[in-house]
Design a protein around this ligand. Structure first.
Ligand code: ATP
Ligand code: MG
Length: 458
């Protein structure tokens, strides 16, 4: 296929360039994804027109990366990233070129791109394919291979190895042997990459169909030990008992099994047992125990995620899920005990926590399925939640102002009494009525008063 069909929108865009005497090509991920029959994420084009010329040609253009020759064109409801042909020279910091030089031809521009699969261009509007590095053949074979010498390309830019492992997970591709082997000697360059960019690549990797594929490539090349040493050191930690796998394989499987749509769950699954190496002990039967490993895992996950600059909310949610993942249920539990569990975990975290537990269970045995007691617990939570319920102070039929009207002055006493009322309502939801709660509040105040007087008199 030396020519591919071009959409009317791109044809119209190309006409604007052609009328001004310029050429324009579709490049990057869009070309790759079209060859894979995948949904195209974003449109990138390359042109010989300098950025200021592009800005003059279209009504709505935003100079999003003008230092690199990139502007974003808003055209007929789509946004298109447009970069002037470039070569890149002198990467003294391993992160970005010291200067950007514009190139004369598309071939020269393609030669500075990272991987052969990303170095295919489609001429617009005619659809002719320009493929100087065999990118289409590599796409067909599912191979990630650098354009040119991998050692040189990784020495120029330490982000590229991370892009390679991310693409391996996203696309299910293999990394070509020479490219793979060039990653380890360049780890020193990858160590210089800003943590935010590492985080972004890792997030894309984790949100792919099979993150373990990318993570195993990270392990093999030393990227895992460089960036997530806590996880790398779970290799070889055997577990015995019901567990079929060592801790790292267990975590990788759990990560695959967690829902693809949630970064928080993928992170929680990946890190939920990361505290096992430091808590492992051998019991009297020669089996391993991992006493309170969820607390160690929570602490380690927090430091790892903060180091990689994940947003505070993400860190908090992931750590909370990890800290609760060992939850336990008995069919003999009363409804009050079920309500206390919901309060401890938080209503909004219940669904994700069960998803995490399912992924965990799957990764213990390698067999998918919901254990009977877990299904029963889920049903009981649903039943209790469906009742008229109060799970937090704001769900109570009274508030601090109501207590003040009854002569309980605002202050620490109010908070204490409201907490006691919530406890009472968790035991018996029928108490959650204004009059009954005020009655209990009055009695509580009297009791606290008399306790205070006795303590004062003694
Ligand atoms: P996606 O957008 O699906 O993540 P993509 O391949 O389009 O994948 P972008 O980050 O949008 O990735 O980059 C667009 C193109 O720019 C890439 O296809 C590649 O040709 C080039 N490119 C991006 N980053 C680099 C890099 N670090 N080194 C060399 N070329 C790069
Ligand atoms: Mg892109």
């Amino acid at each position: 296929m030396n020519r591919i069909p071009v959409s009317p929108l791109l044809k119209d865009l190309a006409r604007v360039f052609a009328d001004a005497g310029h050429s324009v090509y579709l490049v990057g991920g869009a070309v790759r994804d079209m060859h894979l029959y995948r949904q195209v994420g974003d449109w990138d084009v390359a042109t010989d027109a300098p950025p200021d010329r592009v800005m003059a040609l279209f009504k709505r253009v935003i100079p999003t990366g003008i230092a690199h020759g990139t502007v974003t064109i808003h055209f007929k409801g789509e946004s298109v990233e447009c970069t002037t042909f470039r070569t890149e020279a002198g990467y003294s910091d391993g992160r970005r070129p010291d200067e950007v030089r514009y190139a004369a031809t598309i071939e020269e521009d393609l030669s500075r791109r990272d991987f052969t699969m990303n170095a295919v261009a489609v001429s617009l509007p005619d659809g002719a394919v320009i493929d100087p590095f065999g990118g289409r053949e590599d796409i067909r074979r599912g191979l990630i291979r650098t354009v040119g010498n991998p050692a040189e390309r990784f020495a120029e830019d330490g982000l590229r190895p991370l892009r390679a492992v991310r693409f391996s997970a996203q696309l299910g591709f293999d990394i070509h042997q020479e490219t793979l082997e060039a990653i380890r000697p360049a780890l020193g360059v990858t160590a210089l990459v800003a943590k935010e960019r590492v985080r972004d690549e890792l997030s894309k990797l984790l949100l792919s169909p099979l993150p373990s594929r990318g993570l195993r490539n990270m392990e093999e090349t030393g990227l895992l030990a460089l960036l997530m040493e806590e996880l790398a050191s779970c290799r070889g930690i055997e577990q015995k008992g019901l567990h079929k796998f060592d801790v790292l394989d267990h975590l990788l499987l759990a990560c695959d099994a967690a829902p693809e749509s949630s970064l928080e769950l993928r992170l929680a699954a990946l890190l939920h047992d990361v505290g096992k190496p430091e808590t492992r002990e051998t019991d009297e039967f020669g089996l391993y125990t991992f006493h309170r490993h969820e607390i160690a895992s929570e602490r380690i996950a927090e430091s790892l995620l903060n180091r990689l600059r994940f947003p505070t909310k993400t860190v908090k949610t992931v750590c909370h899920l990890i800290s609760q993942h060992m939850f336990h249920y008995e069919p003999s539990w009363t409804d009050a005990a079920v309500r206390r569990f919901i309060v401890r975990v938080g209503e909004e975290h219940i669904g994700p926590l069960f998803d995490l537990r399912l992924a965990d269970g799957w990764a213990i045995s390698g067999v998918r399925g919901e254990p009977v007691h877990l299904a029963e617990f889920r049903d009981r939570i649903a039943a209790v939640t469906a009742m008229d319920h109060a799970f937090s102070l704001k769900d109570l039929a009274v508030n601090g102002r109501d207590l003040a009207a009854e002569g309980i002055p605002p202050g620490p006493l109010t908070g204490k009494i409201l907490q006691e009322l919530l406890e009472a309502v968790l035991d018996d939801p029928g108490l959650n009525e204004r009059e009954r709660l005020l009655e209990i509040a009055g009695a509580l105040r009297d009791r606290i008063d008399s306790l205070g007087k006795r303590a004062g008199g003694a």
